[in-house]
Design a protein around this ligand. Structure first.
Ligand code: ZN
Ligand code: ZN
Length: 235
């Protein structure tokens, strides 16, 4: 859901149009507002129904799902289309290809450039959740809302975690989280940047790579899609 444009659109912040910066700021503000509103509403439902037990499974599922979605979007951006493809070329494909050419480029991106697009991508689903006036009192409904909140937060963190995996000297707390593999670690992520970029696509925690890489999930998915569409591999 969230990582539609996984990294920012440009490697040169100084040349970014002002309206894009404003748009990214608006996306972050709306995202934060929706998350806070939904969290308040969901917390009230949890207190009312005493369904505390759903929180931990929802958090774990949300974190794992964000990691998987990060891998799916990353794999798509690395694998299909070209940087000059209409519509998605500059927005989606170029940042991924640029990241292979210059992995450190994203460490020079500011907060809005790094996170604005992910916030924008999460807004439609969060808005639907808000407008549907849930969650109700059922544990399933509370689980669904909790899952969405954790998924959105983890997806919001994805570009940040990926950036820190490429940062030379992150802060002590970030290093602590990376050493315990609670967020993407430089060692785990280095697999992706070695060789032909065919493994280690998941970049939130990288946990899903442990499941997906041994079974060659993404290369096999690519083979299946190419067989169905008749598209040949260009890289
Ligand atoms: Zn890649
Ligand atoms: Zn990377």
């Amino acid at each position: 859901m969230a990582d539609v444009a996984f990294q920012s659109q440009s490697s040169n912040s100084a040349r970014r149009p002002f309206w894009i910066v404003c748009f990214e700021m608006a996306s972050v503000i709306v995202f934060a507002a929706l998350i806070i509103l939904l969290a308040v509403r969901t917390t009230a439902a949890v207190i009312e129904s005493k369904s505390w037990w759903v929180i931990l499974p929802a958090a774990v599922m949300g974190y794992l799902s964000a990691d998987f979605i990060s891998g799916l979007v990353h794999w798509f951006g690395d694998t299909f289309f070209e940087e000059d493809s209409p519509l998605i070329g500059r927005m989606l494909i170029e940042p991924f290809r640029e990241h292979h050419r210059d992995p450190k480029a994203m460490t020079r991106h500011g907060f809005l450039e790094l996170n604005g697009n992910n916030c924008l991508a999460a807004i439609p689903l969060l808005s639907i959740a808000w407008l549907s006036a849930g969650p109700g009192e059922s544990a399933v409904s509370i689980f669904a809302y909790s899952f969405l909140i954790f998924l959105s937060l983890a997806s919001f963190g994805t570009n940040q975690f990926h950036k820190w995996a490429h940062t030379d000297a992150p802060s002590a707390i970030i290093k602590w989280l990376q050493r315990r593999n609670l967020i993407l670690s430089p060692a785990a992520h280095s697999h992706h940047h070695r060789g032909d970029h065919s493994t280690g696509f998941c970049v939130t925690s990288g946990w899903m790579n442990q499941l997906l890489d041994p079974v060659k999930f993404f290369p096999r998915l690519e083979l299946g899609i190419r067989a169905l569409t008749g598209k040949r591999k260009q890289r």
